[in-house]
Design a protein around this ligand. Structure first.
Ligand code: RFL
Ligand code: PHB
Length: 404
């Protein structure tokens, strides 16, 4: 079936969904295709922390009704190491900035709900996604819908929002992209547990056995992570072993980790990856399709949202005949991408134990941690990076003047 749309969007994660909404606010039509089912997308456990800039963007885009009601505003984090748990006070260190704990699953549910209410076209459970003619003004998106019909969509532009394992980045001809990549020699075992959080702020713990993180989802549900080997078999981690290891890594006199039923568990590899430029012809990459950070800095979701805040006005201008913002798109995003890439690498290497590393590494990490909690300048740098830098919210929402 041959059809036409203005923007073809590959991927129904936060980047693709928010882009289709921002384009809709500008009167631009899109078709979004997603290989997974709606249920799968809405249940996939991932990020939990939104920067202030992400919250402002979602709010101004009219997407924050439930986020404002249910999101948990956090004014800091704890760093735990060497038998001490020290608070980093974001509000004090950054002049009032905070982060909001609101799960990516909820962001995705809100976005899907809003797109469907607004009559948007979201095609779930597609197969055989292909992008073609990317160097022309009429790139093509092909897919087979859930009922088995093959579609060919002629577009003005295609947004590759299909994550790290998607098909858009590999569709760029060889030799065009420069990529930088680092795999870390560890992974995270994450659990979602039906137990009230044992802490009011997230705890990032450095421990001889490896890193641990205590996060949360709601007053009744906790999210916790343990550093494990990259090839770790989840079957080797029955629930009582997970709780015992978490209790060991968070141990502090006078404090107890509450345990409860584990609702879900999974293992996530850790990787830093940047591929540039984020544009090839009429294909624009956004979110994890273009860059991956290890989750220690809580940046991936925020980067995905920030990319499409830049991309929406750039596509609007492109469709009106002004190529300049589209030409500037990649450079406009990459500053933030590299800052987050560095911060995520820094948090990761400060807090994780490298298998086989000598005692020197541990001493250097502990020295850095002591410095962060004792120097206002060092703490302020962590706080500034963690709470994030302003997102171009106004530009994302203001219509571009002129004829389309
Ligand atoms: P997504 O969410 O991966 O969405 C891509 C979508 O594309 C679909 N897809 C295709 N669709 C059609 N055709 C194809 N050929 C396709 N191939 C793939 C996929 O099914 C999927 O639905 O990418 P997006 O939108 O760029 O969003 C990025 C974020 O999901 C990611 O960066 C964050 O989850 C990273 N992350 C965190 N980020 C934060 O900002 N704060 C955090 O606290 C945080 N914690 C985390 C995280 C990621 C984690 N994992 C599991 C990787 C914690 C973890 C454990
Ligand atoms: C989460 O709540 O899932 C979470 C929080 C902070 C991180 C990573 C993940 O750094």
């Amino acid at each position: 079936m041959h059809t036409r749309t203005q923007v073809g969007i590959v991927g129904g994660g936060p980047a693709g969904l928010l882009l289709s909404h921002l384009l809709h606010l500008r009167g631009i039509e899109s078709v979004l295709v997603e290989i997974r089912s709606r249920d799968y997308c809405e249940a996939r456990q991932r990020a939990g922390v939104l920067e202030d800039g992400s919250v402002a963007l979602l709010r101004e885009a009219g997407l924050a009704e439930r986020l404002d009601r249910e999101g948990l505003v956090h004014g800091g984090i704890y760093l735990q190491f060497d038998g001490q748990r020290r608070h980093i006070d974001f509000r004090d260190l950054t002049g009032g900035r905070t982060v909001t704990v609101y799960a990516q699953t909820e962001v995705v549910k809100d976005l899907i709900n809003r797109r469907l209410t607004d009559g948007g076209t979201l095609e779930f459970s597609v197969t055989g996604t292909e992008v073609d003619d990317l160097a022309t003004d009429r790139p093509v998106l092909r897919y087979t819908d859930a009922k088995g019909s093959r579609h060919e969509l002629t577009c003005d532009a295609i947004a590759g929002c299909d994550g790290f394992h998607g098909i858009c980045r590999p569709a760029i001809p060889p030799g065009v992209q420069t990529t930088w990549e680092r795999d870390y020699p560890y992974a995270w075992l994450g659990i979602l547990a039906s137990v009230p959080p044992s802490t009011e702020e997230l705890i990032y713990a450095h421990h001889r056995n490896g890193f641990a993180l205590h996060s949360l989802r709601s007053p009744a549900v906790s999210r916790l992570y343990l550093q494990v080997r990259p090839d770790e078999d989840i079957a080797a981690w029955p629930d009582d072993r997970i709780w015992a290891e978490l209790s060991r890594r968070f141990e502090l006199p006078g404090w107890t980790l509450q345990t409860g039923p584990v609702l879900e568990k999974g293992i996530t590899p850790m990787r830093s990856f940047v591929s540039a430029p984020m544009r090839y012809g009429r294909l624009f990459l956004a979110g994890d399709a273009a860059h991956i950070v290890p989750p220690t800095g809580a940046k991936g979701l925020n980067l995905a949202l920030a990319d499409v805040a830049v991309l929406a006005p750039a596509l609007d201008a492109l469709l009106r005949g002004d190529d300049q913002p589209a030409a500037d798109y990649s450079a406009a995003c990459l500053d933030r991408v590299w800052r987050s890439t560095h911060f995520s690498w820094w948090m990761t290497t400060m807090l994780h134990r490298t298998p086989g590393a000598d005692e020197m590494e541990a001493q250097l990490q502990l020295s850095q941690l002591r410095y962060v909690v004792s120097s206002r300048a060092a703490a302020a740098s962590l706080a500034e990076n963690y709470t994030g830098f302003a997102v171009p919210t106004t530009a994302a929402l203001q219509p571009v003047p002129g004829m389309r």
